[in-house]
Ligand binder design. Structure first.
Ligand code: ARG
Length: 593
């Protein structure tokens, strides 16, 4: 038997008002209830009477009065009052609030329904390039994408997070060329040899990291160098055995390092496919596209025109094959869509990629739809802004312009250590535990600082602000969660257990229950808009409501046993919501701090 989908408090109120509007012959959609902008007037408000006035040819105030009469329900509404031309302010009874809190507490999913129709969702995020330094775009993509993976999975979808490694670009040719200069006698460069080659890589990851900037700079400055690197790329792509063997070494080294670094950040991809994995599919795809007449020759190149009559800006065609026969970034992206639809049966493909790639995705999506290779899958580019340094330029962790995930993680952890020392947090714990806490605090700070912004906005990396224990920070929320854990531990030591939640007896308690009841709306907004900042904002509001509650209600000193058990029940519920929210943000809560 499937459970009826739980409905949220806001949905319940809306349903009542919708019925009341419908009863008057108006559009039930006018019954939409919202959280009040003016809490002194009510907890919720419904403003539909103004819009109903025209259709019903009645004065809005009169309509609002009739709605209030029709919606009346003493068990649910403590107060329905009219304001202005026809606003309805709503207060819910304390008994209804308590019932709501107890229902949430009894539900393992905290009132969040699973998707009625689960979809296969492929999330393309991270996207670092093998053997090339990461930049902040890759970092942001990893953090945002990871949160969306967690959210869609919690909502019951079948989610596949794919790193889509850049492992087939010219950087590989550059590195091969560079190594051929540095160590020309390696067997990989002997054209007479076709293998087998040594199993051990001829270089380390550090070597690659030093080689890349050197060769990249020379290629930029010098035409001959560039030509040599391109030649190596072409030979690699044509399958020259020694080059393929080197490429495999470079790729393996990079993946091992990426896996370790991403793991420390708490990001673990389901799929580690790279651009190279689609290489074998490209000829068949090109043949299909040609046969369908979608791909056409143009001055020696093969293109898919994608412009549409109502385009406001120039929309260049997708360049499938350059005149030298080489495939492009877009070609690989099309082959990737084809594979995701055919083999992974994707219904929805989300691309968490830098906003500077918007045109690329617009072109690719159009080509995928036009050619039919996307099937019925929906594709969306989810662009994001830049994390800037104090200088207003994209953030870097070291001189010379590179950002290394390792350095960033170390920086965040060091800063967390400092803050913990200042705030006297965890100072008397064993060193290993303190280090583990600092790591969690640092990662929480980094993730929260990123995810709290509207996805498309730029923001400034400010490590001092990110790691504070006060204000809108990950550390603040960790602290809130850990504090509840510690209260519950103390209570357990005194044989006190959380109990049924009683009707709230003061404003702070009431406000906390009201905040708790809004979890479903926060998750829905985050999922519908693919915007994790809704989760951040909601978690912060919950944290604030919790600290006001603590100030007013002293749980451990309470004399009334039922009230005390109720408060323990209430903070347990807050903890569970915080655990869910922080979990969706990829933030891990230490056991104690
Ligand atoms: N490797 C690419 C870059 O560094 C990002 C990949 C994004 N995903 C995609 N399917 N194109 O720009």
């Amino acid at each position: 038997m499937s459970q009826p989908a739980p409905i949220s408090l806001l949905e319940e109120l809306t349903a009542r008002f919708a019925a009341a509007f419908a009863g008057l012959g108006a559009d039930p959609a006018l019954g939409q209830v919202a959280v009040s902008q003016r809490p002194e007037l009510g907890q919720f408000q419904c403003n539909g009477a103004m819009s109903a006035s025209k259709a019903l040819k009645r004065n809005p105030r009169e309509i609002a009065e009739a709605v209030v009469v029709a919606a009346r329900d003493e068990a649910l509404f403590a107060e329905l009052t009219l304001a202005g031309p026809g606003f309805i302010n709503v207060r819910v009874t304390d008994a209804a609030l308590a019932a709501r809190a107890n229902a949430l507490a009894a539900d393992p999913r905290l009132g969040i329904a699973r998707a009625a129709v689960p979809q296969t969702v492929v999330i393309d995020y991270g996207g670092p390039n093998v053997a090339k330094p990461m930049h902040v775009g890759h970092l942001r993509s990893s953090i945002i994408g990871d949160s969306l993976v967690r959210l869609f999975r919690f909502l019951g979808h079948d989610v596949k997070g794919d790193i889509h490694l850049g492992d087939w670009g010219t950087q590989m040719g550059m590195l091969i060329y560079e190594l051929s200069r540095l160590q020309p006698n390696l067997p990989y460069f002997d054209p007479a040899l076709a293998g087998p080659y040594p199993a051990e890589p001829p270089v380390t990851m550090e070597d690659l990291q030093a080689m890349y900037p050197a060769v990249a700079a020379r290629c930029k400055a010098d035409e001959d160098e560039r030509r040599a690197a391109t030649q190596a790329t072409v030979e690699l792509q044509q399958g020259r055995p020694g080059y393929r063997a080197l490429w495999q070494h470079f790729r393996d080294l990079s993946i091992a390092e990426l896996k370790a670094d991403f793991h420390r950040l708490g990001v673990d991809f389901d799929l580690w496919y790279g651009e190279s994995d689609y290489e074998p599919d490209i000829p068949a795809m090109i043949a299909e596209l040609r046969a369908a007449g979608v791909a056409i020759e143009d001055a020696g190149a093969l293109i898919i025109p994608v412009e549409q009559p109502d385009d406001k800006k120039p929309m260049p065609p997708v360049m499938l094959l350059k005149s030298d026969g080489g495939a492009n970034y877009a070609t690989t992206d099309l082959a990737t869509i084809r594979q995701r639809v055919r083999d992974l049966h994707a219904d929805l493909i989300l691309y968490v990629v830098d906003k500077r790639q918007s045109l690329h995705f617009e072109q690719v999506f159009r080509a995928a739809r036009k050619s039919g290779l996307a099937g019925n899958a929906v594709m969306e580019h989810l662009p994001f802004g830049t994390m800037n340094g104090a200088d207003g330029r994209p953030f870097k962790t070291r001189e010379g312009g590179v950002m290394r995930l390792k350095d960033l993680i170390a920086m965040m952890t060091d800063e967390a250590h400092k803050r913990m020392l200042e705030a006297n947090v965890a100072q008397d714990y064993p060193g290993a535990e303190r280090a583990a806490i600092a790591h969690k605090v640092g990662m929480a700070a980094l993730r929260y600082a990123d995810l709290m912004n509207v996805r498309t906005a730029d923001y400034v990396f400010d490590i001092e602000r990110f790691t504070r224990f006060e204000g809108r920070t990950g550390s603040y929320l960790l602290y809130a969660a850990v504090r509840i854990q510690s209260i519950l531990r103390k209570a357990a030591e005194r044989q006190l257990a959380p109990g049924t939640i009683l009707p709230p007896a003061c404003d702070e308690e009431r406000a906390l229950v009201l905040a708790l009841a809004q979890l479903p709306e926060a998750l829905r907004a985050a999922a519908d808009q693919r915007m994790p900042h809704h989760l951040c904002a909601f978690a912060f509001d919950l944290g604030q409501a919790l600290s006001r509650f603590y100030n007013a209600c002293h749980i451990m000193d309470e004399k009334d046993a039922a009230r005390q058990a109720s408060w323990l029940g209430l903070v347990t519920l807050v903890l569970r919501e915080l655990e869910l929210l922080l979990g969706l943000l990829g933030i891990e809560i230490p056991e104690r701090m």
